[in-house]
Write a protein that binds this ligand. Structure first.
Ligand code: SF4
Ligand code: FES
Length: 361
């Protein structure tokens, strides 16, 4: 794939001719696409079309060859079949899927088991992430939940959850949806189902799905939560969910809150690390059982989700209040033995000493 663009350059082919050359000579589809687009978008387009034409011609060519062999051998006792069985099966599958005869649930199931297999391949690292997430979730008191958004196995019967989802910006309104109930279904699964199956314009955020990134936080039935770790079973009231963006922050669209104010306050709290050593110095060793490490441990697990900020009434009443996460970050650095200058910056004469000292007591 790397050499083909060099060959094209050496032959002096223009973009279209290069595409025809690559699409007509490379066997593997992925390599055709990779080599084509590494030359230019036009070459990539031409190469892809030529390759797909080759693939589409496969069946007619097989048919023609099968017919020719059948005619030639028809006099023999065992004439060759007109088409090989795999070509017939392929054509039948194309017809069946094109006519929509395979139920979407069966396709979802197949995709689910495929994704399940690939996530098993990721194995150990995934398990590590889940273990860390479980620990964090337990310590922070957040509700537990599934690790990914692979479609949940549906519950038998026609159980559904009625969901009201905030749509629009600050002046939007709730829109109602009905979502099939699934086993171990999380609120993030519900939102993802709506976006994938009912309304693709729904905006929301998520990334890790295991309670590590903090991006999926939303208000669920009036309470801010990590939606990837919140089971529908635990929070649905009479089979109903009301999902909104985080409170105390501007709304960008639908379930997406504007987090700038939240993180700007981290900067205002001076929550940045100031090194006391250079990269030439040996690594600092702060042993787990020392007072320094124990003090820092208390606040080190914050993932910046904004749940505490959205739940904080003081933030609601006083927009200048930095909020729990920013103060927690500053507090962590005050206690970080490797940090230079934070402790002296946070003297009782500074902006928020009362909050810091209140946390200490
Ligand atoms: S932002 Fe707040 S709620 Fe979220 S992890 Fe940090 S301290 Fe906890
Ligand atoms: S998606 Fe990362 S914490 Fe929920």
């Amino acid at each position: 794939m790397i050499l083909y663009p060099l060959v094209v350059g050496a032959l002096g082919l223009d973009h279209r001719a290069a595409g025809i050359f690559l699409g007509g000579t490379i066997h593997d589809v992925a390599q055709v696409v990779g080599a084509g687009y590494s030359v230019s978008p036009e070459t990539g387009d031409s190469a892809t079309i030529v390759k797909l034409l080759r693939v589409a011609m496969l069946l007619p060519v097989c048919l023609a060859l099968g017919l020719a062999l059948h005619v030639r051998g028809s006099a023999a006792a065992h004439a060759a079949p007109v088409l090989p069985w795999f070509a017939v099966a392929f054509a039948a599958l194309v017809v069946v899927t094109s006519l929509g005869w395979i139920p979407s649930t069966a396709i979802e199931q197949a995709l689910s088991s495929r994704d399940g297999a690939s996530s098993r391949d990721r194995g150990d690292r995934h398990e590590d992430l889940a273990a860390i997430a479980r620990r964090h979730g337990n310590e922070a008191g957040h509700a537990g939940g599934a690790r990914n958004t692979v479609p949940c196995r549906r519950r038998p019967g026609s159980a559904r959850v009625e969901v009201k989802v905030w749509r629009g910006g600050e002046t939007g309104a709730y829109q109602s949806f009905e979502v099939p109930r699934g086993e171990s279904q999380t609120v993030l699964d519900v939102v993802t189902y709506i976006q994938r199956h009912l309304d693709a314009t729904l905006s929301y955020r998520f990334a890790c799905r295991v309670g590590m990134c903090g991006s999926c936080a939303m208000t669920v039935n009036g309470v801010p939560r990590w939606t990837c770790r919140t089971h529908v079973d635990k929070v649905a009231r009479e089979g109903k969910l009301e999902i909104a963006p985080l409170a105390n922050l501007p709304v960008v669209k639908d379930l997406v809150a504007d987090m700038r104010e939240f993180f700007d306050k981290w900067a205002r709290a001076r929550g940045h690390f100031k090194p006391s050593a250079s990269r030439a110095d040996p690594f600092a060793q702060v042993k787990p059982d020392t007072r320094e490490r124990i003090e820092a441990d208390a606040g080190i697990e914050c993932i910046g989700c904004g749940v505490c900020y959205a739940a904080c009434d003081v933030v609601k009443w006083n927009r200048d209040y930095l909020g729990p996460a920013a103060l927690n970050r500053a507090w962590t650095l005050v206690n970080d033995a490797r940090d230079a200058g934070q402790a002296s910056a946070w003297t009782p004469s500074r902006a928020m000493p009362a909050a810091i000292h209140a946390t200490r007591s």
